[in-house]
Ligand binder design. Structure first.
Ligand code: ADP
Length: 660
């Protein structure tokens, strides 16, 4: 076994690798940039070494720095994780040259699979069906026009050396080809330093199915079954599951065989994933091979009971694969959801900042892989993933329900998250039925995220019921269970007032109990009766004007999302006692919620402010964060000036809180 492993990565995957390495008795060496001082992966590892400044190019992407740290720390192996340098053949080569074991395939396999053209050539020769295409040396528009016509429109233009879904273009008509080709070439040069393009037949409404393969240095190759990663947003995976559930056994078998042939064609060692598109007729086409551990590997671990990082480390140290093909079994179904600090309601903009409160579910059939703890910061420098929630069930439907329940148990405060989006997706009848394709999420966004329009009275009523149950105002888990107000109550208080933030200001919502399960809602000059109202679990239901309304609530300190059959509504809460509008309050000090630029300061020292009044605006990641007075108070000091750049936590305004 290896002695000392440098983990050339961060976040949840670095934490994940540390766990297995420690179990195997391998010394773990973490690395970090300026943006990751004190990060969770450093806390878990046996030791941690500083790499460089926050930009990835000067830290996690710096081959020289990583090799230097590996040498100084006495590492004998390097695990690249996923992303960053994981599929960089030069890095694998540099490790080898420095006498370090690279935990992954050899540089040649990485290089071959890194080019879509070479990979498709290899697969074609190995007898694996590839997406029909033209990938020739003649890159003239005439050649493309002839071949595109032969393939039949629509077609897909792809950078031959690309990745990450960048630079791909769908072309619907011959007239659009020349312009699209020119644009694709320009983009390919900028992103990948090479303007070679290939044109593929566009596959209509396919599913994304991938096969996990593993090879060792003794010539053995096995597969660990398939994953279905059809749920993607802009070619980025959102929900992944295993095994593939939509295929006949015959096609599954063929995919597995094709994947093994693909791996054998490049004498593959270590973990790899062979990706296919499967069309509506069940025909499948090789798309690409990823030469690293995948984000979604836990669903494979859940159904096989194996530890893929353990296998990676064993194979890297020269051991044979732990199991033969006929010893690898599948049990049940697993699904993973990726939880991000981002705002689906605002075009999925990242939402970096400090996580004030983080409650993650635990229990049987459930696994959570996370890169942060409560109090940690999601930095704007890298991927904004908070955690992956993975569940297991005896059937797909059992797993789906468990994952939905688990997602609803997560509580994240301080940053925005995609929890409501995930819950809405998992609750959709099309997803439940498995009636989805790779464009499903993009096509259905209107039902998965909240729009800009002012909330309907039904949503306000549902939110008022949720707020009066005390669910939202709990940014951190209290240590004393008697203080835990997260539980839902069916007996709501007789009268409850909440404030919601609308585009034109704060709006008061009053819910008055009128006996039994009936309430009166007073909002915006409206007075409405609610009947048969109840809040139980995460569900809220009531009748309004004879019409029954039901929703699932996803509550955070400042928002409640209500998910119903018709879509998602978002209610922004102005809670005078918690925090407001992105401001974090410590003893009357309003601090910047994230690093950014102060664009406006609205108050001066001595000024009296009312709850909800604007104090300042901080702009970060192209988003404006309006910091509002959390309570009626007097401004005692103004530290911020417009134009100033501030760190997360910088005090902007101090308030003297006027007691009631
Ligand atoms: P990248 O390497 O940039 O990630 P891929 O070739 O893996 O690009 O494709 C990424 C995603 O784009 C796929 O998962 C699929 O959703 C979509 N896609 C790729 N090729 C096609 C095609 N020929 N027809 C339809 N969709 C495609």
């Amino acid at each position: 076994m290896l002695q000392a492993l440098l983990i050339a990565n961060r976040g949840e995957i670095a934490c994940r690798i540390v766990e297995t390495a420690k179990r195997l008795g391998v010394r773990t060496i973490a690395v970090y940039s300026d943006a990751d001082k004190g990060a969770r992966h450093i806390r878990l590892a046996d030791e941690a070494h500083w790499l460089g400044p926050a930009p990835a190019s000067e830290s996690y992407l710096s081959i020289d720095r990583l090799i230097d740290v590996a040498r100084r720390a006495g590492a004998d192996a390097v695990h690249p994780g996923y992303g960053f340098l994981s599929e960089n053949a030069d890095f694998a080569q540099a490790c080898e040259s420095a006498g370090l074991i690279f935990v992954g395939p050899g540089p040649d396999a990485i290089r071959a699979m890194g080019s879509k053209r070479i990979a498709k050539d290899l697969m074609h020769r190995a007898g694996v069906a590839v997406v029909p295409d033209y990938r020739g040396a003649d890159q003239s528009i005439d050649a493309f026009a002839t071949h595109a016509a032969g393939l039949g429109y629509p077609v897909m233009l792809k950078p031959a050396h690309g990745g990450g879904g960048k630079g791909m273009r769908r072309v619907d008509r011959a007239e659009e080809l020349a312009e699209a080709l020119a644009a694709a070439k320009r983009e390919a040069v900028t992103s990948f330093g090479n303007d070679e393009i290939l044109v593929e037949k566009y596959i209509h409404q396919p599913r994304h199915i991938e096969v996990q393969v593993f090879g060792d240095t003794h010539g053995n190759i096995v597969h660990l079954y398939e994953r279905d990663c059809t749920l993607q947003r802009r070619h980025q995976k959102v929900i992944e599951e295993a095994p593939a559930y939509s295929l006949t056994n015959e096609i599954r078998q063929k995919l597995q065989d094709a994947a093994i042939r693909a791996a054998a064609a490049v004498n593959y060692t270590n973990a790899g994933t062979v990706e296919f598109l499967v069309d509506t007729d069940g025909a499948f086409y090789f798309m690409e091979m990823n030469t690293r551990i995948q984000v979604e590997h836990p669903v494979t671990e859940m159904i096989t009971g194996l530890d893929l990082i353990d296998w990676q480390l064993r194979v890297a140290s020269g051991e044979a694969l732990p199991l033969r093909q006929d010893e690898i079994r599948v049990d049940g179904h697993a699904i993973e959801a990726r939880v991000y600090a981002e705002s689906p309601d605002r075009g999925f903009l990242p939402s970096p900042g400090r996580i004030d409160g983080l409650v993650l579910p635990s229990g049987p059939h459930l696994r959570v892989d996370r890169g942060v703890d409560s109090g940690d910061v999601v930095t704007p420098h890298y991927d904004a993933m908070i955690a992956k929630i993975i569940v297991h069930g005896s059937s797909r439907e059992e797993a789906r329900q468990r994952l939905l329940d688990a997602v609803l148990e997560v509580r994240i405060d301080g940053v925005e998250s995609n929890l409501a989006f995930l819950a809405a997706l998992l609750a959709r009848p099309e997803y439940q039925a498995g009636d989805v394709d790779i464009q499903y999420v993009d096509r259905s966004l209107g039902k998965l995220v909240a729009g800009d329009s002012a909330p309907a009275v039904e949503a306000v009523a549902a939110a008022a019921l949720v707020l009066s149950s005390g669910q939202q105002a709990m940014p951190v888990v209290p240590s004393d269970p008697w203080d835990d107000r997260r539980g839902w109550q069916n007996n709501l208080p007789p009268r409850h007032i909440s404030f919601i933030a609308l585009p034109n200001g704060l709006s008061e919502v009053v819910l008055v109990s009128t006996g039994g399960a009936t309430y009166r809602l007073e909002w915006n000059d409206l007075t409405i009766g609610l009947e048969m109202a109840e809040v139980s679990g995460k569900k809220v239901g009531f009748s309004l004007g004879g019409q029954r309304h039901e929703a699932i609530a996803v509550a955070a300190a400042r928002t409640v999302h209500l998910i119903s059959k018709s879509g998602v509504d978002r209610i922004d809460i102005a809670d005078p006692f918690a925090s407001s509008g992105g401001a974090t309050i410590f003893n009357g000090e309003v601090v910047a919620p994230m690093p950014g630029k102060v664009t406006h300061v609205f108050v001066v020292a001595g000024q009296a402010v009312s709850v909800g009044d604007r104090l300042a605006v901080v702009e970060a990641m192209k988003m404006e964060h309006v910091l509002r007075a959390p309570i009626d108070s007097t401004v005692t000091l103004v530290h911020a000036t417009a134009g100033q750049f501030v760190d997360e936590g910088t005090v902007l305004v101090a308030l003297h809180l006027v007691p009631d």
